[in-house]
Design a protein around this ligand. Structure first.
Ligand code: IVH
Length: 738
């Protein structure tokens, strides 16, 4: 778990690959050598391993074999499944990608679970099962749930869903049972404890019995009241629900990472769970997580007798409840709702991966009871990812800012999971070889909810006689330079620093909103400048003259003047923008701010050692190495001197670097009373980190007073002087809304 989070938070995945661990895993799964993975682009070894063959008897119970031969083969199968799942986990958590659908993955896991139930002696030490359903992470206090948080049985089959209903009907001798059908939110489970109506604790599911206390992180979520409203307040209640990252926020974060040249996060669920396990609540706040509630653990005194009552009571309390819940009678109506919910749920701000169906009546729930793993009164129906077949017209190659050559599937447009798909990344040469994808093939593609489309593989039976294997080119499709591949990388790179698409991408990044923010220097102008040979690197931008621009098509005097003015005004941007714009590996906007704050003169940064840099907060070895390597290159040192000579700001007078962007820049804040989630020191740290300063007394110069419990005379003074007063949530909101 700890490792999972670390990987999600950084681009160390790359460093991990450098260690060749992925190769090792592939080799273990294959029982083969490392050779094929490290060698050329053929990837023969991968061919044997993937796609994984997924057996189709996932829900049958397995009993221990009496025949020793069968026992040996069962145990072999356990080993194989374990390494396959480990391989997929590694790929998923460390490289943010998957080679099988969720359904195939769940099927493998279910088979392993069933087998291990029959062979408990190997189950205990099975590394995969050890982790199943346990999210506890080092660095957090654990807390025991008053009522354990169980998980749910899940199914992908209508027949199994109907069996679930019929079992309950038989059990109670009734055919009119009502079920609450709800979206299954794809996030992480949370249990909130309210004592006398006040939120005192937020705990993750953990292993179901005890979880991690993430109260301080949870407190940063907006839209959750810290005190219940209404007249019916229990002495104690555990309210359960799901924390998630809204799709929009996820898109924004990834778009920003893409601009910064950072590895993208795989999906909102992983990012949400990684975020909740951050040790810095500030970071959590920025990720704008939300919660929806759908269940109850302990409640003293008991207050509800059905799921529907419970939802109504949650609303009365002012809690955000899972949307689109309907009450359905019997198997047919419930099934119809499961089906219609799939489309309806697309409008929700979060990803869903199925429907949860719960017996509405809680007295009946208690009678139905639970198995060792899950309640008998609820089931999750998971939607299989939607698939479609279309033609792979061609495999195009994109050259990125760092020279990485990425193959892209150009598809005949096809509708799947609510949108039209015409392109999909194929990641790298090995993936193409592993799947034996050929231009002209019919291919199966898959899209689960909002997730990026994935090419599963060719429909070999429909392959035309003239369809030829794809040969990954040995030279750059743009400039013809020989492609290189470091022994520890999966990508092929064009090593030519003046390769035109690389130049274009670098300039786009440099001029982009989040770097030098040069208005009117968009993709098409950059294209013109590079094609005309006027610009080969960022320094050339500052050498462009009026007559150069006037010689270009579509440039009139006015547009030329505007562009020159925009370029000119970019010279005095804060140094972190320049640093970010240069596009060093692993140096996104926030790292650039950190570095510029510590080294107001970028010339000093050029001479900093790896050790110097690692002393800064937020700078680890990977970043430090990237920075020192960059500035060790004479070409880059020369570039810095050139930029300085051309009049760019390389020496910042603004010691806080990026502080002009900080939400509390120049603000004076006074704290009075006790805040629910932060001590005085922590509060001060948050204020300072956001560019403000904390003062001990209220005056007309005070911008805000933040008042907690037992606020005293300072609050009165603030009111007297008309200074704005905020509570903790309002204060956090102020920073967040910046
Ligand atoms: S009820 C005993 N309702 O799905 C019933 N769970 O696969 C406990 N989930 O651990 C859960 N949406 O984290 C329930 N509307 C919903 C849900 C939901 C998402 C999650 C939850 C649970 C997991 C089981």
């Amino acid at each position: 778990m700890e490792m999972k989070n670390r990987f999600m938070e950084s681009s160390v995945g790359l460093a991990f690959r450098r260690l060749g661990i992925l190769s090792l895993i592939v080799a273990v799964v294959l029982g083969g050598s490392l050779k094929a993975v490290e060698g050329g682009s053929s990837g023969e070894a991968g061919k044997e391993a993937l796609p994984l063959e997924v057996d189709s008897a996932p829900f049958l119970s397995v009993s221990r074999a009496t025949d020793p031969m069968k026992e040996t083969s069962d145990k072999k199968r356990i080993e194989k499944l374990t390494s396959q799942i480990e391989f997929l986990d590694q790929l998923y958590y460390k490289e943010n990608r998957s080679e099988v659908s969720d359904q195939e993955y769940d099927t493998l896991k279910q088979e392993l679970e069933d087998l291990l139930e029959a062979y408990p002696e190997v189950a205990d030490e099975n590394p995969v099962m050890e982790r199943v359903g346990d999210d506890r992470t080092r660095g957090f206090q654990t807390y025991k749930h008053l009522v354990p948080m169980s998980s749910l049985d899940n199914t992908y089959s209508e027949q199994e869903f109907r069996q679930f209903v019929h079992r309950l009907e038989d059990r109670f001798g009734r055919s009119d049972l009502s079920f609450s059908v709800e979206p299954k939110i794809d996030g992480l489970a949370i249990s909130l404890t309210f004592e006398n109506g006040r939120l005192v604790r937020a705990v993750t599911r953990g292993n179901g019995v005890e979880g991690d206390d993430v109260t301080r992180n949870f407190a940063t979520l907006s839209g959750v009241p810290h005190a219940l409203t209404g007249a019916r307040i229990p002495a104690l209640v555990e309210v359960r629900g799901e924390v998630f990252m809204p799709r929009e926020v996820f898109r924004e974060i990834n778009a920003m990472r893409e601009r910064d040249g950072l590895e993208l996060f795989a999906n909102p669920r992983n990012l949400a769970s990684g975020t909740m396990k951050q040790l810095d609540p500030e970071m959590v706040r920025r990720r704008r997580l939300q919660v929806r509630l759908y269940g109850m653990g302990a409640c003293e005194p008991a207050m509800v007798s059905s799921q529907s009552d419970m939802h109504a009571l949650f609303r009365e309390w002012g809690l955000p409840v899972v949307e689109l819940t309907t009450l359905c009678r019997g198997a047919d109506a419930s099934w119809e709702r499961i089906v219609s919910l799939r489309d309806a749920a697309r409008e929700l701000p979060y990803d869903t991966d199925g429907a949860v169906v719960k017996l509405d009546d809680m007295a009946l729930q208690r009678q139905a009871g639970s198995t060792s793993k899950a309640p008998r009164w609820a089931i999750a129906y998971k939607y299989a990812a939607e698939r479609a077949v279309t033609r792979l017209r061609e495999i195009s190659l994109q050259v990125g800012r760092t020279g990485a050559v990425t193959p892209v599937a150009e598809l005949d447009p096809v509708r799947v999971a609510g949108s039209t798909v015409s392109r999909a990344t194929l990641h790298n040469a090995d993936e193409i070889a592993r799947r034996d994808l050929r231009p002209g093939d019919f291919v199966e593609i898959e899209k689960a909810g909002e997730i990026i489309p994935r090419v599963i593989g060719p429909v070999v039976e429909r392959r035309g006689a003239d369809v030829q294997p794809f040969v990954f080119p040995a030279v750059c499709p743009a400039c013809g330079s020989k492609l290189i591949r470091l022994s520890d990388e999966v990508v092929w790179r064009c090593d030519n620093p003046v390769c035109p698409p690389q130049i274009r991408r670098r300039l786009e990044h440099f001029a982009g909103k989040h770097a030098m923010d040069i208005d009117s220097l968009g993709e098409s102008v950059i294209d013109q400048l590079v094609s005309a040979g006027l610009v080969r690197g960022v320094a050339d931008l500052y050498r462009i003259r009026m007559e150069d621009l006037l010689s270009l098509e579509r440039f009139g005097e006015k547009s030329a003047r505007n562009l020159l003015a925009a370029i000119e005004s970019s010279k005095s941007r804060p140094t972190w923008r320049l640093l970010h714009g240069l596009g060093l590996f692993h140096v996104g906007a926030s790292v650039a701010k950190e570095l510029a704050a510590a080294y107001p003169d970028l010339m000093d940064l050029m001479d900093a050692s790896k050790e110097d840099l690692m002393r800064l907060s937020g700078i680890g070895e990977v970043i430090a190495e990237s920075v020192t390597l960059y500035f060790a290159d004479p070409v880059h040192r020369e570039l810095m001197s050139e930029l300085m000579a051309l009049g760019l700001t390389v020496q910042s007078t603004d010691v806080a670097g990026g502080s002009s962007d900080l939400p509390l820049k120049g603000k004076t804040i006074v704290l009075t009373g006790t805040l629910p989630n932060y001590g005085r020191d922590e509060f001060t740290a948050i204020v300072e980190k956001n560019g403000g300063k904390v003062s001990g007394s209220v005056s007309r110069k005070t911008d805000y007073v933040v008042a907690g419990e037992s606020a005293g005379s300072k609050l009165a003074k603030a009111q007297e002087l008309g200074v704005k007063v905020l509570d903790e949530a309002g204060f956090l909101e102020l920073i967040e809304s910046h």
